[in-house]
Design a protein around this ligand. Structure first.
Ligand code: PMV
Length: 315
């Protein structure tokens, strides 16, 4: 049995996080400079059903059957075996590597799940469709996020900019011209499940206020979809700024994110906001291409643990 390798990119949410969990649309794009990769190989001489898991970056060297039932890697393997109706696997190893920072809103968990699901199903001789891979990764996301919208597994599986609404069919985002973004990482890990749960609690306490916030964000997303399609950077920047204000009102920003957002704006970014769950993790700034290095340097000087410059290109 030949070795089978699969990869999946990171992702960033441009607008609409949190509101998307409540049925509003959101925009997300792949970040291809960072990737998760899974390689599945036959292990000669091991007894059947032994799945050896290796992830050197997180000091993981174990077997499938010894992982806790709630472990996301265990679930990523289990959903594939269940989907394919396989009860006795050939002895194999799954080696996982990722350059996507963890717990920071860059889709690390979804990308690892997608890479493992693809590599294992391919190794077992039954590569799955993108729709199926995304649906299985969504099951794993529930462990990470509690009540995920499905945006992470979707953008990471399809590796395309998306206009996503959890109750509608996937729409690929149409892009009028190239846009450049700088991503700045606070270096503060934040579990998305935690911020999603805190928003849910606040929503139950103040339902009308949160419904208004979610629908205001949904309106920004629709305008941003048009701005991206028409290639209007200034408009998109202003919409990102407004989205950040709503996220602050929702209670998911922290001073470190606000500070990086302020730094990006002072350095000339057209717009900036936190991206993903918040409570730490990443912010994103829209910049003119010739300003990208300058904004990235300013963010690093202001304390960003890491910056990534990324682009979306016309489709
Ligand atoms: O995985 P993150 O941190 O990028 O957050 C995902 C976006 C949320 O809207 C906060 C949650 C969800 O499932 O859509």
């Amino acid at each position: 049995m030949p070795a089978f390798t699969a990869t999946a990119p990171g992702k960033i949410i441009l607008l609409g996080e949190h509101a998307v969990v409540y049925g509003q649309p959101a925009l997300a794009v792949p970040v291809r400079k960072v990737r998760a990769r899974a390689v599945v190989r036959a292990e000669i001489g091991q007894k059947a059903e032994t799945i050896h898991l290796l992830a050197p970056e997180i000091d993981l060297d174990t077997t499938y059957d010894t992982l806790e039932p709630g472990n996301p890697l265990r679930l990523a393997i289990a959903v594939v075996l269940d989907e394919l109706g396989i009860s006795r696997t050939p002895a194999c190893s799954i080696r996982i590597q990722s350059t996507i920072p963890m717990a920071s809103g860059l889709g690390s968990s979804a990308a690892v799940s997608v890479a493992v699901i693809r590599a294992l199903s391919g190794f077992l001789g039954h590569p799955l469709s993108r729709e199926k891979v995304s649906a299985l990764a969504f099951e794993v996301e529930k462990i990470h996020h509690g009540t995920p919208s499905g945006i992470d597994n979707t953008v990471v599986t399809f590796d395309k900019p998306v206009f996503f609404s959890k109750d509608d069919d996937l729409q690929i985002l149409s892009i009028g011209k190239s846009f450049t973004f700088v991503i700045g990482d606070t270096g503060i890990p934040s579990a998305t499940a935690h911020t999603v749960a805190s928003v849910r609690k606040a929503y139950h306490a103040e339902q009308q206020r949160y419904e208004d916030l979610f629908s205001s964000i949904g309106s920004l997303v629709l305008k941003a979809q048009d701005a991206i399609q028409e290639g209007k950077s200034e408009v998109l920047g202003l919409l990102m700024d407004e989205n950040h204000v709503f996220l602050k009102e929702m209670g998911v920003s922290i001073p470190e994110l606000d500070q990086l957002v302020g730094t990006a704006k002072k350095t000339g970014a057209l717009g900036a906001k936190l991206s993903g769950g918040g409570g730490g993790g990443n912010m994103i700034a829209l910049v003119n291409p010739n300003q990208a290095d300058m904004v990235a340097n300013s963010l690093e000087k202001a304390g960003a643990a890491q910056t990534i410059i990324t682009h979306i290109e016309p489709s």
